[in-house]
Ligand binder design. Structure first.
Ligand SMILES: Cc1cc2nc3c(=O)[nH]c(=O)nc-3n(C[C@H](O)[C@H](O)[C@H](O)COP(=O)(O)OP(=O)(O)OC[C@H]3O[C@@H](n4cnc5c(N)ncnc54)[C@H](O)[C@@H]3O)c2cc1C
Length: 407
């Protein structure tokens, strides 16, 4: 049974089925075998908030197995050694992974390379020497990276960032602070965005910086939603030397690279919201059919079933929007408005779907064992990451007012 009239191309169906098979073979068994570790935050995280070595080894194992199986770099261009799939395949595969694995089997996050943490189309912009240096270990899943754009004083308005790259011989020295940089506590490289010209509206450049560089400091792991560890950190760069080969894209044009990457992130997060939303809806339906109150299954009360019907309507709409936005990107359209609408709508309705599933479970909905709380946390944060819902509305309104009124 399908709810969508246009069938997916056969190669996309095949890669989706393949990545799900991979998750069943390489992700689910690892979670089953390491349940005691994963369910004990005191063992899972080190004192400083980083994942423990055992968990990091599992992450690396999954990344490397996915690379070997060909899924990890599925959306990396063929010239760089990837499978060359576009955004539609990326959306479809991520949505299927999130829906099938749910929030508890989080090692699935490493089955496909996330654009900011591993190889992606963004690497087309690195220099030939950088390709020689990083492409091999990055494509093999041995190493990872992170994306250093946001700063304590520049979030939504990232173009106001103050990290500076000051010319030093034929290279630069970078100084400044970054915040919320996901994966930075364990990454091998960071794409650092820094100002290379001074003055209003001046140029920002992107640099590939090894996190082992002298002067590159992970100041603290940022803990969110009551967790004792996390993936986000605050960074301090102090006179970090970079050479011309470390430049990503053209000098002073780094902001375009940031926007390009964030667009891939918006497709990923739209898929995450629909995938988790569908997972939560299915969990809630199962519960509602079996849980009884006042002599019958609670599914027979419209107070329980109608909110789930509401979720289904919203998820269906968001799913179609995601497929459409990804398809437009694959046709070469910038799809700025469509992508903004899709990401904002998907993450809002994804959170609502999880919230309704919690309500349908009663007290069970808030327990750790149901994992609904993890899905809620994950999607609630995505209402801010990769462009807040307000900034996305601002973009949509700007496009509409410029005459882009097609909907
Ligand atoms: C889980 C997570 C992971 C992240 N990972 C990364 C990462 O890897 N790398 C990275 O560089 N950054 C990352 N970020 C940072 C993220 O990009 C910023 O949080 C985001 O851009 C918002 O910036 P801010 O938090 O400073 O909020 P602010 O910009 O301070 O905004 C505060 C509030 O004001 C609203 N607001 C601001 N301007 C307007 C306006 N013009 N109109 C209406 N409302 C407005 C915002 O929508 C928001 O509600 C991550 C964030 C999260 C939550």
């Amino acid at each position: 049974m399908t709810a969508i009239a246009t069938p997916l191309p056969e190669d996309i169906q095949a890669v989706r089925d393949g990545v799900l098979e991979f998750a069943r073979a390489e992700v689910l068994p690892r979670h089953a075998a390491n349940r005691a570790l994963f369910e004990n935050p005191r063992a899972l995280f080190r004192e400083d908030g980083r994942l423990c070595d055992e968990a990091l080894a599992l992450v690396r194992e999954v990344r490397m197995a996915a690379a070997k199986a060909g899924f990890y770099s599925m959306s990396v261009p063929e010239e760089l050694g990837g499978a060359g799939f576009g955004m539609l395949a990326y959306y479809v595969c991520w949505e299927a992974l999130f829906r099938t694995c749910g929030p508890s089997n989080w090692l699935m996050l490493y089955a496909i390379s996330h654009w900011a943490f591993g190889p992606s189309k963004v690497l087309e912009r690195v220099t030939p020497k950088a390709r020689d240096e990083i492409l091999g270990p990055m494509m093999a899943g041995e190493q990872s990276m992170c994306f250093g754009l946001s700063e304590p004083g520049a979030g939504s308005d990232a173009s106001k960032l103050t990290t500076k790259a000051v010319a030093d011989g034929d290279g630069w020295r970078i100084s400044g602070r970054k915040i919320w940089t996901t994966n930075s506590p364990v990454a091998d490289y960071c794409t650092v965005f820094a100002r290379t010209e001074s003055g209003e509206g001046s140029g920002i450049s992107a640099f590939l910086v090894p996190t082992s560089s002298p002067g590159f400091h992970v100041e603290r792991i940022i803990k969110m939603f009551g967790s004792i560890g996390g993936d986000e950190a605050e960074l301090r760069l102090e006179d970090v030397r970079v050479e011309p080969w470390q430049l990503v894209g053209a000098l002073h044009q780094g902001f375009a690279t940031a926007i390009y990457g964030v667009s891939i992130g918006r497709i990923y997060n739209s898929a995450r919201a629909v995938g988790y939303g569908r997972w939560a809806l299915e969990v809630a339906l199962e519960h509602a059919k079996t849980r009884e109150a006042f002599g019958k299954p609670i599914a027979e009360y419209q107070g329980v079933s109608f909110p789930l019907a509401e979720s289904a309507m919203e998820l269906h709409a968001a799913h179609l929007m995601g497929l459409n936005a990804a398809g437009l990107l694959d046709q070469g359209a910038p799809a700025v408005k469509e992508l903004s609408m899709t990401k904002a709508y998907s993450v809002e309705i994804g959170v609502r779907a999880v919230d309704r599933a919690m309500q349908a479970h009663g007290a069970m909905g808030f327990t750790n064992e149901m994992h609904l709380v993890e899905a809620w946390h994950s999607l609630r944060a995505v209402n801010v990451a990769d462009g807040t819902n307000e900034i996305l509305r601002r973009t949509i309104a700007q496009r509409l007012l410029k005459g882009d009124v097609e909907v």
